[in-house]
Write a protein that binds this ligand. Structure first.
Ligand code: MLT
Ligand code: MN
Ligand code: ZN
Length: 303
């Protein structure tokens, strides 16, 4: 299995265009940037899948040599996209894929519904390319090309702000009616048939749940929510009242004890907000828990 970490920042990226905080200023000065959260994963190194489609997707794709088209063709190794949420930092890049001759999109029922109504990227894309939509059900594995299997696991019911008005349950006569479960946010556990290599991706971890426990058991690598270093970080920096748990993000400080109890996988924090000092410096307590901060653009090869 190969994983290209295309982007490691939360929505807005680092630096964020309208932010003059210490981290954004340092990132501007040092030329150090993090683009918005996105992964590419492949079982055989030939068929590739994106996990999330960030607003920075075009430059992320251009920087990944394995995602280049075959010479003289428009034959891309990109087969599809799996979404962990319907948030804009995970879905705006779908429009960037409109030049494709076709691709699959895998999303849970509420996310799929939101992307056809509240933010109608589905119907918009249909005018340009053949996107083939599949409904993801947590706990039900999907076989992808190249010997890769993806199993979603539920991580919570936090909806994107643009979808706040959608009803919990839509009339049954609608073809894509919304079941009244809250699978707005999921993680994925990827396994490769041949080698048994296993990777977990959970950029929106609201809480350390039994589903997360089951997902990380036996995994080689776990890319997890590193949005905020501490629960009060955003409030401290912006003077606002929003704390990270209410935003659907378990702070690094609060997930570290869970990692220490579950040694084995290589833990990499990703989806770093621009207020997060870990974007620049990894503190010793993170390293002591067997974790690191994901590096922008890094390639992970398993086993
Ligand atoms: C999130 O990760 O919580 C969302 O992407 C927030 C946002 O960008 O609106
Ligand atoms: Mn986000
Ligand atoms: Zn900033």
């Amino acid at each position: 299995m190969r994983i290209r970490v295309l982007g490691t920042a939360a929505g807005g990226g680092l630096p964020q265009w309208n932010c003059g905080c210490a981290e954004c200023t340092a990132a501007r000065r040092g030329g150090e940037a993090r683009s918005q959260d996105c992964l590419a994963v492949s079982g055989d190194g030939r068929a590739w899948y994106l996990v999330n489609a960030s607003p920075d997707l075009r430059t992320q794709l251009l920087a990944a040599p394995e995602l280049a088209p075959a010479p003289g063709t428009r034959d891309t190794p990109l087969r599809g996209v799996l979404l962990t949420s319907g948030e804009l930092d995970h879905t705006l890049g779908l429009l960037t894929l409109r030049e494709a001759s076709g691709f699959t999109v895998h999303a849970t029922a509420p996310v799929r519904h939101a992307l056809h109504h509240a933010f109608p990227v589905g119907p918009l894309l249909a005018a340009y390319t053949g996107a083939d939509w599949h409904t993801v059900t947590p706990g039900k594995p999907v076989d992808l090309e190249g010997g890769l299997r993806a199993e979603a696991f539920a991580l919570g019911g936090k909806r994107p702000r643009y979808a706040a008005h959608l009803p919990d349950r839509l009339p049954e006569h609608l073809p894509d009616h919304l079941p009244d479960h809250g699978d707005w946010v999921t993680g994925y556990r990827f396994t490769e048939d041949g080698t048994g290599a296993c990777a977990v991706y959970a950029p929106g971890l609201a809480d350390w749940t039994p589903a997360m426990d089951a997902a990380v058991a036996g995994a080689d690598v776990v890319l997890l929510d590193g949005t905020f270093a501490t629960a009060g970080e955003l409030a401290d920096r912006t003077g606002g009242a929003r704390r990270s748990p209410g935003m659907g993000h378990l702070a690094v400080h609060d997930s570290l004890p869970h990692l220490a109890l579950r040694p084995g996988p290589c833990y990499l924090y990703t989806h770093l907000n621009n207020t997060n000092p870990l974007a620049r410096r990894t503190p010793p307590e993170v390293l002591a828990a067997g974790a690191e901060v994901a590096r922008e653009g890094e390639l992970i090869e398993l086993p």
